[in-house]
Design a protein around this ligand. Sequence first.
Ligand code: ZN
Length: 145
Amino acid sequence: MHKTNERCIFCKIINKSIPNAIVYEDDKFLVFLDRYPINYGHTLVIPKDHFDNILEMPINLVGEIHSLVPQIAKAVITTIGGNGFNVSQNNGKSANQIIPHVHVHIVPRFLAEKIKGQWPTRRIANIEDLKNLAERIKMNIGNIE
Ligand SMILES: [Zn+2]
């Protein structure tokens, strides 16, 4: 059993009571595509146990989630043909944390946008499009270490 918070939208995604585009999951972590992506392929990596922020997490779990991030990011970038990516993890409202369940953002970046000086804005994605993209990313995930 995972430590859950019944009011938490990410815990509902973990429990599969809210549909989502899942890219990867194991005993401890769930990886899915953000419903409000900053950019194409915007991916979230979360622990299956509910922690409001990173300070509440056991330190070994903090290490494990961050070891997972580059392995997922590689598959995301390979799938969508991105040129780079940002990794961020916000703690607290003042730091722009919107959902109080620890999550690491992987935001793909494209040289064409960089040249234009654009920082993409959030939009609402179609769930079926996200599910199709998640399936393509899954095929590019190797053996997770
Ligand atoms: Zn939660």
